[in-house]
Design a protein around this ligand. Sequence first.
Ligand code: GDP
Ligand code: MG
Length: 603
Amino acid sequence: IPVENIRNFSIIAHVDHGKSTLADRILEITGAIKKNVENKQVLDRLQVERERGITVKAQSASIIYNYKGTDYLLNLIDTPGHVDFSNEVSRSLAACQGVVLLVDANQGVQAQTVANFYLAFTQELAVIPVLNKIDLKNADPDGVAIQLQNLFGIDKKDVLKVSAKVGTGVAEVLHAVIERVPHPPANRLLPLQAILFDSWHDRFRGVFGLFYIANGKISVGDNIRWVNAQKEYQVKSLGVLTPEELPVSELAAGQVGFVTCNMRDRKDAIMGDTVVLTENPAEALPGLMKSKPMVFAGVYPLDQSQHPLLRSAIERLTLNDSAVSVIIDSSPALGQGWRLGFLGLLHLEVFSQRLEQEYGAHAILTTPNVTYKVVIKGSKNISALGGSELHISNPATFPDPNIITEMYEPIVKATIITPDTYLGSVLSLCMERRGQQETAVNIDNSRVLLKFTFPLSEIIVDFHDRLKSVSSGFASFDYEDAGYIPSNLVKIAILLNGIEVEELSSIVHSSRAVDLGKRMCHKLVEIVPRQQFQIAVQAKVGGKIIARDNIKPYRKDVTAKLYGGDVTRRMKLLKRQAEGKKKLRMIGNIALPRETFIEILKR
Ligand code: GDP
Ligand code: MG
């Protein structure tokens, strides 16, 4: 297929606006998948994606579509929709010349619609605005078209209206892609330049790289060089995803496809790397932005006998998700483990769910936290040790406050869109989280777009859930990294029966310490099951107890009520109780449910 007949595009949308459903319909009308079988989000392959209804990994599909007598090759790249994964969105866009900007005609423009639009806009991609769910009786396509005009200057005559669920207007989306998205600016006569934007690992065939061929051609048997990785290989196989794997012997400029080349270590597949021919090397293309972990948590096996299992699961999962950073860590109560860095709390939760579902590894995750910076006395002079700052992403390593001279915490710039009916409660939530308002603009006669600066620590745990609940689900939220500001931080230590449990401690702004300490004690009373003895719960800052509570003793005998009688029922109950125990972690003689470490921070 000539370059002129290739279109590379993504669908970008706020979560739940119907990306995956539209992708399914597109695959159906192009014959890539059969109609009428259960086509539930074919591109959402992972179990967690189906359960949570979110896309975690970008997947691609190459399809042939005949339009006005000509065959076109359409490369559709599905992108994740959640804030935590916006780096995966921009990565996928590196292969595209256009995007379908999908907006729910019922909900209207949401925070991630705005973020996604600007991602595409700054990369100078063609934007095709599409309103979805017009089959719903509350859909207001005209009203939403006005929002698009006000926010992005989109002309309402360019806006398409579809129902991805029913299939209305889906063919017109493909026609618009063919007519409005430019063909790739690719030249097949130049030497090979291919840009890597995704990779995965196969036990038998090694690393797969998914790349976009910007110029030239690549064939099976070619000798290739991965410029940034500084490694050379021979091409073993090439193929396209339809979305099934389809082997080909050659890929030419403009195409999206995968390569295998006996690469064993996925660390060598650097996102944004350029692949060139060894014999006739072209220059490297500009790389992609690297994602930066923002939220850290310790990960430990439920008991040390599971350490090897968990280690191999983490190794395999991080090969699959290069946004996760890993260092080895240990803790007095939990033993040997790791400290992992994630893009956000959802990313962390998805990761732990995948550990369990895909690898059967049961892990304890400790209280998530952000990375603080502190300067300690005298350290300005020891620049040989890497400068004057300490980076603290584990509360256990927070230095003695007496030797700290400066403290900094990370902040983010947030975009919030809310109907003005909820403006009051949204603003008070933002204030409660130490938010600083920057701007507020009306995007139509009933919705407001707010820009706020927040300390990252205030939004990682439950801000999104709280925002949804104070706005009956209508407000939306997106954020980006905005550096560090000076701050006044303290460490809250939690004591159970007088013994400090490092894994429950956290670093907080001093103005929040008393409140949080009380809440953490209260939360522990709620989530830790009663045991045979009383447990005193205390929160301490410096030498001072700032909150206390008690977990009352209770002897739980689930079979007590069954007088003799039904033996099988009794056995069943005992078995269930034993299973419940497996999910508990002993800290000293106290059994903590393994969710304790994350739940303790939620309201
Ligand atoms: P994504 O998060 O953007 O991938 O959204 P999904 O494709 O998973 O869709 C989210 C929800 O909206 C699902 O329950 C879909 O069935 C539903 N949905 C998607 N498109 C339509 C549509 O055109 N009409 C209606 N009524 N529902 C839709
Ligand atoms: Mg989806």
